[in-house]
Design a protein around this ligand. Structure first.
Ligand SMILES: Nc1ncnc2c1ncn2[C@@H]1O[C@H](COP(=O)(O)OP(=O)(O)OP(=O)(O)O)[C@@H](O)[C@H]1O
Length: 595
């Protein structure tokens, strides 16, 4: 535990020092000056008192000179005090960008689906806001620590037993440290409840879910649940704070007795002629000062402990992010063009924490240049299959190979750079239209003709033309821009998925649910035309997940996924010739359209 704390403190020091070297050095100078100014003042008062009482002019003038010095030192400290804020802010900025990098490091989705990850992120986010306080706290501890050592030396000069006072200070700090830990643990235990509270409050405040909430009349109930979570968490945090404060109070009581003992001792020593009146003034000054110094250290430790816990969460995140980064030792680059295709051999996958596999025994050979439709019931495993092909998860068993190279041997980011896609839960980026589409390939964002071509292929040309500034129109009511219908947002998402030139894998996971069947078919025909171009250029494979058989039948090959495995695989004509599940589903769908 102690070694963890020391390690955390060392890391925190290192982070602060790296973030602002010059600021830290200035801060050290300012804090040492601040630390020595008060003891200089206490000694000055002793010298002045003894000089006046004993009629020793030189002593009194020496005391006055020391007093003047202490005032100058205090002035230097006041002038330099702003440095601690800038060091704090720079550290906060450095750690925030480190956090951003760590969160983006993992190749897959496992980490973002891990509840512990989200709890730690909440604690990190809150902790980063406390960082400037932790930096100021480090400065305070250094300064007050030096002061306390000088105090101990001065007190020992009056009587050696008074050196016990700093020992009592350590006891106080220890009690307070235990108290802080209890308070922090209480706060951390509420992280999940606080996250749920945030989610529920967002639901009520965001325009998207507002319709459903109003229709069902559940805003009140959702808010009540959020309030309940917030109240429960706040109460638990307060309980922890009270218990922590009680421990701190025990330490304070012990130390106060020590201060009283020193003052009483000095008075008795003076009474029996073993100390001067100046000594009593010195003890009064320093011992009472020490009360404030240790109280300051206790408070500063609380802020620093917050920073140290932040370091612990950061290290956890760095560790799991590095593990999840999945960079193979001998990285193989994805091919420039697909020659043979993508093979799945006996692929199985179980989501972390799930009790049964989402996919098992999947065998599939997808030839280069083919367009493949994936069909199946809800929950059959279609999206999971797509996510494995995109390298967002690693199969639990079996292998996926691209032109004979195992996907796990490829750099995940390099493989993803060769994938284009639109998913059923696409994102509505409320940016400029060109930025919304440009997210599909940032390198092509400035290329208006590439954007326009993607817009045309997605069938969104008319809707973009109707906007006040075309590609440069702002989207989203909240930002003073245009609000789009569900289908219009979806067409922009499709354009985004079409922006990347000649991808090796083009994925369309039910991206057309908000389009009518005729629009979906027209879109897929345009897609197929584009796919021909990509096929010629890069041997691209296009994968389409759809429940609409009028579109599905246009694909070269059809995969029927059922209960986590591939039940059928073949062309429309082949599957229709046999008594297949596909033929049954196809007839059902065409019949329901006729009825
Ligand atoms: N992130 C996840 N964590 C745990 N289980 C999941 C996760 N995503 C999906 N599953 C489970 O895996 C199974 C397959 O889900 P998948 O999303 O692949 O189905 P699907 O065929 O795409 O369904 P749909 O047609 O409804 O989109 C389901 O039982 C689902 O509950």
């Amino acid at each position: 535990m102690m070694s963890d704390a020391l390690h955390g403190l060392r890391r925190l020091f290192a982070i602060v020092f790296t973030a602002d070297r010059r600021g830290v050095l200035t801060l050290v100078f300012v804090k040492i000056t601040e630390a020595t100014s008060l003891p200089v003042q206490a000694v000055a008062l002793k010298l002045i008192t003894d000089g006046v009482v004993e009629h020793r002019r030189a002593l009194a003038f020496g005391g006055l000179a020391a007093l003047a010095l202490s005032i100058v030192m205090r002035g230097v400290c006041a002038a330099g005090s702003h440095v601690q804020y800038s060091v704090g802010d720079r550290t906060m900025i450095a750690l925030s960008s480190h956090l951003g990098r760590a969160v983006n490091r993992p190749a897959g989705l496992e980490l973002s689906e891990n509840p512990e990850f989200h709890d730690r992120i909440v604690m990190l986010r809150d902790g980063i806001r406390m960082l400037p306080g932790a930096v100021i706290g480090i400065g305070q501890i250094v300064m007050l620590g030096i002061q306390l050592i000088i105090t101990a030396v001065l007190l020992a000069g009056v009587h050696p037993a008074m050196v016990a006072l700093p020992v009592l200070a350590v006891i106080w700090v220890w009690f307070a440290g235990r108290g802080n830990r209890i308070a922090f643990q209480a706060r951390e235990a509420t992280a999940e409840a606080m996250r749920l509270d945030e989610h529920l409050t967002d639901l009520v405040l965001s325009p998207g879910p507002a319709k459903e909430l109003r229709i069902f009349g559940i805003e009140g109930e959702i808010l009540r649940r959020a309030q309940e979570l917030w109240t429960g968490s706040t109460r638990a945090i307060l309980r922890g704070e009270w218990r922590g404060a009680a421990l701190g109070l025990v330490g304070l009581t012990v130390f106060t007795f020590g201060v009283a003992g020193c003052v009483l001792g000095a008075v008795l020593l003076a009474r029996y002629g073993r100390a001067t009146v100046g000594d009593v003034v010195l003890v009064l000054n320093t011992a009472l000062l020490a009360l404030g110094q240790v109280a300051g250290i206790v408070w500063a430790f609380r802020d620093v402990a917050g920073g140290m816990r932040l370091v612990v969460h950061m290290q956890w995140l760095d560790g799991v992010a590095a593990t999840a980064e999945r960079i193979p030792p001998d990285v193989v680059r994805p091919p420039d063009r697909l020659r043979s295709g993508i093979d799945l051999r006996d692929v199985g996958f179980c989501y972390p924490g799930a009790d049964r596999p989402a996919l098992a025994g999947v065998n599939l050979a997808i030839p280069a240049g083919s367009t493949v439709a994936v069909v199946g019931d809800n929950g059959a495993g279609k999206t999971t299959l797509i996510k494995l092909l995109c390298g967002l998860y690693v199969p639990s068993s079996g292998s996926i190979t691209v032109d004979g190279v195992d996907l796990t041997d490829m750099h995940p980011a390099q493989w993803r750079a060769r994938i284009a896609g639109t998913f059923q839960d696409y994102v509505n980026y409320e940016l400029l239209v060109r930025e919304n589409i440009g997210q599909g390939d940032l390198r092509r964002l400035p290329d208006s003709s590439a954007l326009t071509e993607a817009v045309q292929r997605a069938g969104a040309a008319d809707q973009v033309r109707a906007l006040p500034a075309g590609l440069d129109s702002q989207l989203g009511r909240r930002f003073g821009g245009a609000e789009l219908s569900g289908g219009q947002w979806q067409r922009l998402a499709l354009a985004r998925g079409l922006l990347r030139d000649a991808p090796l894998l083009q994925v369309l996971d039910e991206p057309t649910a908000a389009l009518d069947p005729a629009a979906e078919r027209a879109l897929f025909e345009r897609y197929a035309a584009g796919a021909r171009h990509a096929r010629e250029q890069a041997g691209s494979v296009t994968l389409l997940v759809s429940h609409r058989f009028s579109t599905v039948r246009l694909a070269d090959l059809i995969v029927v996924v059922s209960a986590g495995t591939v039940a059928e695989f073949g062309s429309h004509a082949d599957l229709m010739r046999s008594e297949s599940i596909y033929a049954e589903l196809y007839r059902l769908s065409t019949r329901s359209y006729r009825d």
